[in-house]
Every structure is written in structure tokens, then in C-alpha cells.
Design a protein around this ligand. Structure first.
Ligand code: TXA
Ligand code: MG
Length: 344
């Protein structure tokens, strides 16, 4: 495995490697992706193998030009209403952290879509990712560049530590900006439905195209992304998720980490501990967002979980984010990290 930079020369090398069937991990605005040429079946098989990902969990195809959408997805199979909604979303939110599920064309290998009649498409908002896609084959299949079920990578080091020699090149673009994966929106039939909350909020989508469904993270639902059925995004350290009220009432226990959403909940809790004569060590008390915004919390989420996971504590107690903006995406990741969802 070789680490590359985002210089043009290095991106050209990486693109050439992709055209020859190698795997290249690259930064996007959300998390790092493990990229393979979307049309190369052998390379696609290597992606599933490198991650230890079951083949029933389909991949997102990353594109860097709107024309590519028509090559890979059959918009004529949509109702006029959904076709218009797709056009609005791609015009207004692409490039950006929104993945659209659309009827697929036969050029997309079944291996990439796990045999589904639909394809997941995303146009990432990241110059190095776009350059890499354009200089390779215009379409890169890329799941998050972590081992299946583990924390998503938001730095080159996270990819290197999890995938090591399973990946041929890693492009180092520093820490990613958004910090949680793209929102996955199913536009393939019926009412648009959020299969995975992510970097674009439900509100931003509904402002543009009207009501969308969101079955939610814990709800029993017929419509979930195949990859969302199991415990996911898990740190090695056990994590428990608490409401703001519940975490406020918990006493500090030695050997545990308290991860508050913001100082607004941490400070009164700390004051209460002090009143009771308990002084928790500062390295055990964290906040996701100093400013109290969900945007900053999302950007810190995986980076902080990776860091806390190395401390060797017995438990991470995390507070839920407020349910607005990127809050649902954060809570979805924390809920799955807590292992509350288990399945096949
Ligand atoms: O931000 C992101 O989306 C990142 C970066 C690298 O772009 N990628 C990412 O990929 O999160 P991955 O493979 O970790 O998650 C893709 C999700 C999975 O939950 C998968 O089941 C779902 O998208 N998915 C892919 N194709 C689908 C399809 N045809 N129908 C329904 N869900 C699909
Ligand atoms: Mg993933």
C-alpha cells in the first residue's frame, strides 16, 4: 500500500491504477471511500473482500459529471413526478452528500448493485475525488473505506489502520469536512424515502421536493438499505446511548468516558458532580460540538470515536444529538455503534 497526495501527478497515478483494476481509497466530503472501477467485476469483488462486506450489500457509484447519471440510470422508467424531483435534487444538491437510488441500466454490473434493479449514485463535493473519477472511468464504486461494521474513516490514518495492505493506494486529503456519510434517498418508486440519514438534512430535501418518508433508525420498516440491517459503525469499546435527561442523571464512574453533545449539557452535569465531591478526570469528559451545532458534531463524530476507542476504557456513554439538521444522522450512527440493532 502506498500513500499518495492530492497533487495532480498523484491523482493521475491513482486513476491509472483504478483503470488497471487496483483499489484506491480516496477522500470525499463525507468519509473516505474504497474506490474501484465500477465496470470491472474483478475489482468490485476485491472491494467486497477487502472490507469483509457481504455481497448482498450494494455499493454506491460515484460520478463526477451529470451526463454520467443518464448512462448508469434509466430515468425514463420513473414517473414524470419523480423524474422532476430527481432533476431538482441533482441541480440543487449535487455535488454534495446526497445519494440517489434510481432504476439501473444494464451497463452497471449486478455485482455492484447486489442484483437489485436499482443503482445508488452520488456526485461527491470534493475536488480530489472528482478529479480521480474523471481521470479514471468516470464511475467509481466506493463504499466507506472501513472494515464491514466498523467505524467509518474520516482521515487517511483510519483507512490505513483498518485496511492496511488490502488497499493499493490511499489518497491523503486530511480530515473530511462533513464527517458522516451521504443521505441515501430512494427515488425509484412511490414516495421518496430516506433510507439512511446523512450529510444532507431531511429539511433541505423537503424544501426542494416536498414531503419525503423517513422510517427512522429504530423503526421496523420494509424500506431499509440492505446494509442497514445490522450493528454498524461500531467502536471496539462498548458504547451506550443516553437521552439528555438520562445522561444528566448519571453519576461519573471511573473507567468510563462521558461524551456530551455540547457544553450546554456537560457543564451542569460537571457542576453536579463537583457538588457531590466527585472530580471526573478531564480526559474522560468530552463534547461532540463545542459550538452546539449539529454540523460541527457530525464533523467530529467518527474522528472522536476513533480517538476514544484507543483509550482502553470500559465504556463510552454518549448523549443523543438534538433531532434537527444533522442530528438524525448523528443519532443513527450512535445508535448503531451501540449495537442496539443486530441482525443477519
Ligand atoms: O458518503 C457516502 O455515501 C460514503 C462515501 C465514500 O461516498 N459511502 C458510503 O458507502 O457510505 P457505503 O457502502 O458504506 O454505504 C452505502 C449504503 C449502504 O447502506 C447500502 O446498502 C446502500 O447505500 N445502497 C447502495 N445501493 C443501494 C440500492 N440500490 N438500494 C438501496 N440501498 C442501497
Ligand atoms: Mg459504510
Amino acid at each position: 500500500m502506498e500513500i499518495l497526495s492530492t497533487t495532480e501527478a498523484d491523482i493521475r497515478r491513482a486513476a491509472e491504477a483504478l483503470r488497471r483494476g487496483f483499489l484506491v481509497a480516496f477522500p470525499t466530503e463525507t468519509v473516505y471511500g474504497l474506490g474501484a472501477d465500477a465496470f470491472n467485476q474483478t475489482a468490485l469483488a476485491c472491494v467486497f473482500a477487502a472490507k469483509g462486506r457481504p455481497r448482498f450489500d450494494p455499493l454506491i457509484i460515484h460520478i463526477a459529471a451529470l451526463d454520467t447519471l443518464d448512462r448508469l440510470a434509466d430515468l425514463s422508467a420513473l414517473t414524470p413526478d419523480l423524474r422532476e424531483k430527481a432533476a431538482i435534487l441533482t441541480a440543487r444538491l449535487w455535488p454534495g452528500p446526497l445519494t440517489l437510488i434510481l432504476p439501473k441500466r444494464s451497463v452497471v454490473p449486478d455485482l455492484a448493485t447486489s442484483g437489485l434493479p436499482t443503482v445508488a449514485l452520488r456526485f461527491p463535493d470534493h475536488p480530489a475525488a472528482q478529479e480521480l473519477i474523471r481521470l479514471s472511468t468516470g464511475a467509481l464504486a466506493a463504499p466507506s473505506a472501513n472494515l464491514f461494521g466498523r467505524l467509518s474513516p474520516v482521515r487517511m490514518e483510519h483507512v490505513r489502520d483498518q485496511l492496511g495492505e488490502q488497499v493499493d493506494f490511499i489518497i491523503d486529503g486530511g480530515r473530511t469536512a462533513v464527517g458522516v456519510e451521504s443521505t441515501v434517498l430512494d427515488l425509484s418508486g412511490g414516495i421518496p424515502c430516506i433510507l439512511r440519514p446523512g450529510g444532507v438534512s431531511r429539511g433541505s430535501i423537503e424544501t426542494l421536493i416536498g414531503a419525503v418518508e423517513f422510517p427512522g433508525t429504530s423503526g421496523e420498516s420494509k424500506l431499509v438499505s440492505p446494509g442497514l440491517l445490522k450493528s454498524h459503525y461500531a467502536p471496539w469499546t462498548p458504547l451506550t446511548l443516553h437521552s439528555p435527561e438520562a445522561i444528566a442523571a448519571l453519576p461519573y464512574t471511573a473507567g468510563e468516558i462521558f461524551l456530551f453533545f455540547s457544553p450546554a449539557t456537560r457543564n451542569p452535569w460537571l457542576a453536579e458532580q463537583t457538588r457531590q465531591g466527585v472530580v471526573p478526570p478531564p480526559e474522560r469528559i468530552w463534547v461532540l460540538s463545542d459550538s452546539g451545532t449539529t454540523l460541527a458534531a457530525a464533523a467530529n463524530l467518527f474522528d472522536l470515536l476513533h480517538e476514544l476507542d484507543y483509550l482502553g476504557v470500559s465504556c463510552i456513554r454518549a448523549e443523543e444529538a438534538p433531532p434537527m439538521e444533522l442530528g438524525p444522522a448523528i443519532n443513527d450512527r450512535l445508535f448503531r455503534a451501540s449495537g442496539s440493532i443486530r441482525g443477519a
